[in-house]
Design a protein around this ligand. Sequence first.
Ligand SMILES: [Zn+2]
Length: 784
Amino acid sequence: MSVRRRVFVSRFGARAVALLVLAPAAASAQSTQAPPRVVERPLPTQRTAVPIPTPASVLGFEPGTDRKLPTWKQITDYFTALDKASPRVSVRTLGKTTLGRPFIVAFISEPSTLANLERYRQIQRKLMDPRLRTPVEREKLIADGKLVVLITSSIHSTEVGGILTPLVLADRLARAQTPEARQVLANSIIMLVPSQNPDGVDIVGDHYRATLGTPEEGSGPPDLYHFYAGHDNNRDWYAFALDETRYTVDSLYTPWDPQINNDIHQQGANAGRIFIPPYMDPVEPNIDPILTAGTSSLGSAMSWRMISDGFTGVATNASYDQWSPARQYSLNHRGVRILTETASARLATPIELPFDRLGPGRGYDAREVTWNYPVLWPGGRWGIGDIVKYQTAASWALLVEASRDRQGWLESYADMGDRALGTRPARGEDAWPSAFVIPKAQADTQALHRLVWTLQHGQVEIRESAGPVNAGAATYPAGSYVVLVRQPFGAYAKALLERQRYPDLREYPGGPPKAPYDVTAHTLPLLFGVDVAAVMGEPPATGGIIRPMAEPRFTSALSDRRVRRIAIFRTSRNESMDDGWTRWVFDKYRVPFTAVTERDVAAGALNEKFDAIVVPDQAPAQLARALGDAGAAALGAFVDAGGSVLAFNDASAFLAGALGLPVKNVLQGVKTTDFYAPGSILGVEVNKASPLAAELTAPVPAVWFEDSPVFEITDSTAATAVLTYPATGSALLSGWLLGAPRLNGKAALVDVRRGRGHVVLYGFRPQYRAQSNSTFPLIWAALR
Ligand SMILES: [Zn+2]
């Protein structure tokens, strides 16, 4: 620990030490900069005795104090000081965040465990992968191993309790002497990530402190709290677009594959006080059922304990589902996922909530006792102290309940390894393919390499075929990439390589569709535009596992050149996540741009500064409010004078109306019972005559459809359909689609000529969460 601590301290400088010494509770602390005055003859192996700092001694306030949020520097100062003082805590820096802050993790366990972490990691590897152990070894590994728990907190920075709860948990674990705490420490290795988004701690905290005492107090910041992804930063657990995702995956998930992930979040204020699993349906069908059952079991034990301890308003089997791997790395990698969602206040500002203002959540009503909401919260004051108390109690319940049965957890963990390699009972696998084949001859080599890199980054093993591979009607040459389904994370690979059939869930029989918690599709071959085929029957003969692919560099004809003057529009308040993802794509492709707001648009003379303006997806009402008629007119004048406007998804519907373009959105006003596609991959036909489609190479052309507009052209002399939904049959390739006939023959991408310029209407998200690689070329083509 001491070596790591030195690295850590040097990175943060001496301020942590100074704060520690100045703080009252640490008044007798020994500074590492001054010679010790008290300890005269330490034993050779004994650390200099430093009192364990309380969080308050470093922050200057108790975690959970109204109207008080810490800076990220204060949090890292606290963990630095704790690492120095407690032999149960070892803090590491995993890298720099997107905006340059240190991303840290605290390993917490018995000192003897921390001193032998690599030994325990090797035990964990062998339990995970049966190829690394013998049946005889298995029992000894289970006897010797530890339960590994990864706690990730405050990925969503406005969920501010999660910024403070990790400090309370760490403090309790560092100083507790109770039998219960001893059991947790003896049986577990806890990896505590105090924030999965350190930049957001300051983006939200700075805004909060700046607006305290003003009418804005308690509001969210105008900018995204993750520079590129905002709230979408927990939709990145299979694409790995963000640096912060990669730190946790590369340094914690991949080396350890923890048995449990505790993911600490907050929800809205007006229903239950906390949600704990079981989740609602649907369940992603490739998740090992041991994990679904384990999540439900541990979650139920946590609720049982919390309710016994007097907590009220505990909801289970509500609101949150177990579908998209974008939100749940652990469930696809041998770990149960215990999401907790505690009710919010107004950031750190308390609220008053009378009982009669409480309402229904999804799956329960906060004013009625039901099996999954067995004790009512009576209403009243709710503040950050309550949030921290609930979150801490839930995480503590998790640690105690899980560590009580360390052996059971390790046994089922080892069982999952055996099942993944095919020595487990069948669970409908007869219908499973034995492998997927990915031929190396693809139209887009960059996309092929990104697919291989993405799978490997999620611990999928890739091999090369020893001979030709038959898959369906096609035969692929020897040397093709092969993903065997029977491998440690073969089910995860299958989830990403196959097409999703989202269940047709309704609010009630014959009623409107039940909205998914997030989106419904995650098929990488369609998103990336790569040809992949399933092999049924016997798996193909292959060579060994290939080495990890170096991450391919994003490149287009516009990369590293300033050929066109490009602006990306954002509203100055409520920046949209799609704006962030758009900037991500432009930055990764190294295509220069200028960010503009409604004020720049209102200033006019846009053609003097720009050739093209990109308007990312945002609610039409927000765009209308920000731009107004004058702003829309300025964009129209820009196009008339030769400029190009690219409008993504809902922004295309807004501009089509605001500029009076010759198209009609045929889904305008259509009820969800008649048409519904809340995040699905749809097939399209390509107008090869259009220059916009010139670089589209996907073997199965597809777009990311998410409550999108669909266009009918009303004047074909002024508008050209570039992508069109098929004239007959269903356009659905992956996910969920109701009312398919409404799409038949309608346009997904329209090039509208106006004056001397163009408006390009994308009735989909061409750069969906940095994942829809196959449609990125549709952006670059419109900017040429
Ligand atoms: Zn959240």
